[in-house]
Design a protein around this ligand. Structure first.
Ligand code: ZN
Length: 310
């Protein structure tokens, strides 16, 4: 009881010091395997109400220190995550891993900037962050209802070319930099100690997969991910699942169907607009947020596949 009161008071004070509203956004952090805590985001589009706090975020605790995996969808959510970590473990944060450039995964970074904390990401993440920051800052003001500055974009100072291991004390995280898939800067994390694969947005459960990298590349990376001997996987959106690798089958089916439909449309000399009305639509009832993202996926796939046979 006292501990709970202390946590509430501490959380409120942190918010106050940050000059933000008194209450930081609530997190529902669950320990899904020993030392691995995940807050599951809602199936929503980012808006002024949810402030972009829609992705799964969390942390892995070792005996020596903590690795944050995706820092939050807003600066406040980053502060809330930082406070929640301090309430659950006495060891300090030593790593902030960003799984890719999307705002819902990186906007909490600034809260963790401190001596002794290394920011880690795919070798293409710094460039992606720098390229997108001006647009993302404008978009935050317009769509999320708050102001971001260049300082909110904390790029990784340590980048993963292919693979990298991080020792947290008593557990080692294996990081893999993937080829173009969900984005061109996707990183997955495997904790051998618990057999947990933190797949982030390489795995969508329930929420329609979003293609912002390469449809064909993603299908290839799915084959690599399936070979990971995981007992459970953490998606970027949707619940943690324990039936790996069968849980990625639905995503694979959708992406394969999308590729097949787009290729057919191109062969039939249809325009991108015509393809957008038909490709993938047989899978409409299998996914949440289908109407919000399918056309965008078709246009991305069409632009890439159009040149496939040339
Ligand atoms: Zn994403």
């Amino acid at each position: 009881m006292l501990a709970a009161l202390f946590r509430i008071a501490r959380t409120a004070l942190l918010g106050f010091w940050a000059g933000a509203a008194l209450a930081l956004p609530e997190l529902d952090l669950r320990e899904i395997a020993p030392g691995i805590f995940v807050h599951q985001g809602l199936y929503e589009l980012p808006d002024t109400h949810n402030r972009g706090e829609i992705a799964n975020i969390g942390f892995v605790a070792g005996e020596r220190c903590v690795a944050v995996i995706d820092s939050g969808g807003s600066p406040e959510q980053g502060r809330a995550l930082k406070a929640a970590i301090a309430a659950r473990t006495a060891v300090p944060v030593c790593y902030v891993i960003n799984t890719h450039v999307h705002p819902d995964h990186i906007y909490g970074n600034r809260a963790f900037k401190a001596p002794g904390v290394s920011f880690i990401g795919h070798h293409k993440l710094p460039q992606a962050m720098a390229m997108r920051a001006p647009y993302y800052i404008e978009k935050a003001t317009r769509d999320l209802g708050y102001t971001l500055t260049a300082e909110d974009f904390v790029p990784p100072e340590v980048t993963v070319q292919d693979r990298m291991e991080l020792d947290l004390g008593g557990r080692t995280l294996a990081l893999t930099a993937h080829g173009p898939a969900h984005t061109d800067n996707d990183l997955s994390i495997y904790d051998a100690k618990t057999g947990t694969l933190w797949a982030a947005d390489l795995l969508f459960i329930g929420h329609l997969p979003v293609v912002d990298g390469s449809l064909v590349g993603w299908l290839k990376e799915i084959q690599n991910l399936k070979a990971v001997p995981a007992k459970r996987a953490i998606p970027g959106h949707g619940p943690v699942i324990s039936d790996w690798p069968s849980a990625i089958a639905a995503e694979e089916r959708y992406l394969e169907q999308l590729a097949a439909d787009v290729r057919t449309a191109i062969k039939q000399h249809k325009t991108m607009e015509q393809a957008m009305d038909s490709a993938g639509t047989s899978m409409r009832n299998d996914w949440l947020l289908f109407d919000e993202f399918n056309k965008r996926n078709v246009s991305s796939a069409f632009a890439a596949l159009e040149w496939e046979d040339d």
